[in-house]
Design a protein around this ligand. Structure first.
Ligand SMILES: [Zn+2]
Length: 225
């Protein structure tokens, strides 16, 4: 739709004259060299904008996004991004971020027949199996089950990440890169820490049981870890 495209280009004019002009020194410094501190693995969902949700300027994060924030073993794309990020850019923190109301997660739960999407989502099968067990034990509603699946998927993809030879070999030599698991809530814009990879953090989900209900959420606990 041409109207939309025109509006994007008009938005760029405003960006150049506003944000870019006002922070010219910063943008010139990152034009000379990018030095992102974080590698972001998130969902392609249009509502989940990593720089915006964290109040970050361009240049902060090296980014990989795909349907349902999946870390695939045989995906040369993500492997190349990881290698460039941790080996060449020296990134020390990797964030795997899932989000509420994820279409990919709903498709894993419902089952999907489309060829490529089904093949892709197969990589999250382990999360679906774990969630089915939890849902049975705790008699979860569908909504609660989707919430658990979203979190189990983040945990599974972190497991995949930790199992990649590149990361495994780095971890064998030391603690880097640190791996973090987050959940972004599209309803209110907030981030929950699911797996705290900060130094002194548990490296584990903080409250796996509280997640099925919104009542388990506490901003203070989230920040303090
Ligand atoms: Zn999604």
């Amino acid at each position: 739709m041409a109207g939309m495209i025109d509006s994007l280009l008009a938005g760029n004019d405003r960006f150049v004259a506003g944000e870019f002009a006002a922070n010219e020194d910063y943008y010139h410094s990152i034009a000379a060299k990018q030095t992102p501190k974080v590698l972001w693995i998130g969902c392609s969902d249009s509502r989940v904008s990593e720089h915006q949700m964290t109040g970050s300027k361009p240049g902060t994060m090296f980014v990989h996004r795909n349907i349902a924030n999946i870390v695939a073993f045989n995906d040369v794309n993500i492997s190349a991004i990881l290698e460039y990020g941790v080996v060449h850019l020296g990134i020390e923190d990797i964030i795997v971020c899932g989000h509420t109301r994820c279409g990919g997660i709903a498709a894993i739960e419902n089952g999907v027949k489309e060829n490529y999407i089904a093949d892709w989502l197969c990589i999250a099968t382990g999360a679906k199996e774990a969630t089915d067990r939890i849902a049975k034990e705790r008699k979860l509603t569908r909504e609660q089950k989707l919430a658990v699946l979203t979190e189990e998927n983040v945990k599974l993809q972190i497991k995949h990440l930790n199992n990649l030879a590149l990361i495994r070999n780095m971890h064998a030599k030391g603690a880097l890169p640190r791996i973090h698991g987050w959940l972004y809530r599209v309803e209110d814009g907030s981030i929950d820490v699911l797996v705290d990879g900060r130094p002194g953090g548990s490296g584990q989900p903080r409250s796996p049981k509280g997640r099925a209900s919104k009542a388990g959420k506490s901003k203070t606990a989230r920040r303090r870890g």
